[in-house]
Design a protein around this ligand. Sequence first.
Ligand SMILES: [Zn+2]
Length: 219
Amino acid sequence: MIQEKAIVVFSGGQDSTTCLFWAQKQFAEIEAVTFDYGQRHRLEIECAAEIAKELQIKHHILDMSLLNQLAPSALTRTDMEVRDGKDDELPSSFVPGRNLVFLTFAGILAAQVGAKHIVTGVCETDFSGYPDCRDSFIKSLNVSLNLSMDKTFVIDTPLMWLTKAQTWELADSLGAFEFVRERTLTCYNGIKADGCGQCPACKLRQRGLEEYMNSKKHE
Ligand SMILES: [Zn+2]
């Protein structure tokens, strides 16, 4: 275990909850931060708060409603359909600059609470076309944060090169498979655990879960 403090960017979904368990094993002290940007489903915030409480992790909820004012997307607007991007187009769930803003605020919070590490569940493997999930972006922002505050932050991205199946495997190896499966919210239609099964987020999660379960059977 590293005798340092970490801030985990935490949405209450599968990926960031897995990161929370990962960080608990990794660092002497962790705190979680959730951004309230007018998500379609308030349940997302409640879900995050519940998990943090149960795991006895200090939880910050920051008001980021200004993001919705600038960049309405299918994640915040109920009159917009969530759909996959066709060809070169970005998915309708994309909020331009979201991770830039979130990780910058996570960095400011980290400076305030004396945390060296910032943990985020971004992932390039199942690349859904979000440019600010790319490893090159994260590395670039890490440099910018350090320069802006004269600090030596480390942005940790434990899921960056994992497939969805490998993320389930990681949760399992941390003893958190059932917890992540039952308690997290990934679904765009606001249904916990295995979700609605129809939206792009559910399909991605389900595919990874099936792949992981199958690989276990064949061990
Ligand atoms: Zn769904």
